[in-house]
Design a protein around this ligand. Structure first.
Ligand SMILES: *[C@@H]1O[C@H](CO)[C@@H](O)[C@H](O)[C@H]1NC(C)=O
Ligand SMILES: *[C@@H]1O[C@H](CO)[C@@H](O)[C@H](O)[C@H]1NC(C)=O
Length: 246
């Protein structure tokens, strides 16, 4: 369970002090003032938890170091659920998944071709943008509808509201780019995650130093599976009917 609440007060004060220290220096990233305005909009437009999550996590610094940004704000209730049911690292990774290091206004999103793949601040995770021919202008990211486009439209930052939360899953969708498949093949925990939906395997994704995640350095599914079985299992594991059919 992610515990943002207890330490968040001190953390916010600490971050605030850091920001003030940084203020006089010219920055190459998005202007702090513009990000503050975007966050203020999130608060008043019903996405307050996303706003709070940004300023109480390291994500703030990542956001400030990008030249331009698009934030896809999940709903408060979905973010609350996530906070209650998952670890803090998983929570923060999910936040990164909602942040794209490019400014994409609504017209920018509309001008992208169907099935475009957008980078996110979570390494090796991209978002698949689709447009449904049946519902005119609707835009979907990984299947989640863009419900409130154009919440904020600044010079460097665009913010849109989602109908839900972008699920942090293994980059396994068949629609993904080839590079994601390659990353997937190299990712040993993915197979394990098929059998165990526990959040722990995600540690492997998150750039955490061993000191930060001492318990999960290597994700090896089961000692009884050899490396070869494991790879073969990728195409047809015990739960995959195809393998048993032949
Ligand atoms: C966009 O692609 C998806 C599948 O990737 C398809 O279902 C959808 O109909 C396409 N939309 C348009 C407008 O072609
Ligand atoms: C699509 O747009 C047309 C008018 O341009 C409207 O009549 C129709 O209801 C819209 N369909 C959807 C699914 O929004």
């Amino acid at each position: 369970m992610a515990k943002i609440s207890s330490a968040s007060c001190f953390r916010a004060i600490f971050l605030g002090a850091l920001i003030i220290l940084c203020l006089p220096h010219p920055s190459t990233g998005v202007p702090l003032e513009e990000l503050e305005r975007a966050i203020a909009i999130l608060r008043v437009r019903g996405r307050a938890l996303f706003a709070n999550a940004i300023i109480t996590s390291d994500l703030l610094f990542d956001l400030l170091s990008d030249e331009s940004l698009t934030l896809f704000a999940p709903t408060d209730s979905m973010l609350f659920d996530l906070d209650m049911t998952h670890s803090l690292p998983f929570y923060v990774s999910t936040l990164r998944l909602h942040s794209v290091p490019l400014r994409l206004s609504l017209s920018g999103l509309r001008s992208l071709p169907n099935s475009s793949s957008l980078p996110t601040l979570l390494p090796s995770h991209r978002l698949l943008l689709t447009k449904h021919s049946s519902s005119n202008d609707s835009i979907f990211l990984d299947g989640v509808q863009l419900l409130i486009p154009g919440l904020f439209d600044g010079q460097h930052i665009a913010v849109h509201g989602l109908a839900d939360l972008l699920p942090l899953t293994a980059p396994s969708s068949p629609n993904r780019l080839v590079e994601d498949s390659a990353a997937l093949a190299k990712s040993p925990w993915f197979l394990g995650s098929k059998f165990s939906p526990a959040p722990e395997p995600y540690f492997a994704f998150m750039d955490l130093s061993p000191a930060e995640s001492p318990s999960v350095e290597e994700v090896s599914p089961s000692p009884s599976w050899g490396e070869e079985d494991f790879i073969v299992g990728d195409e047809g594991g015990p739960l995959d009917g195809r393998n048993n059919g032949f």
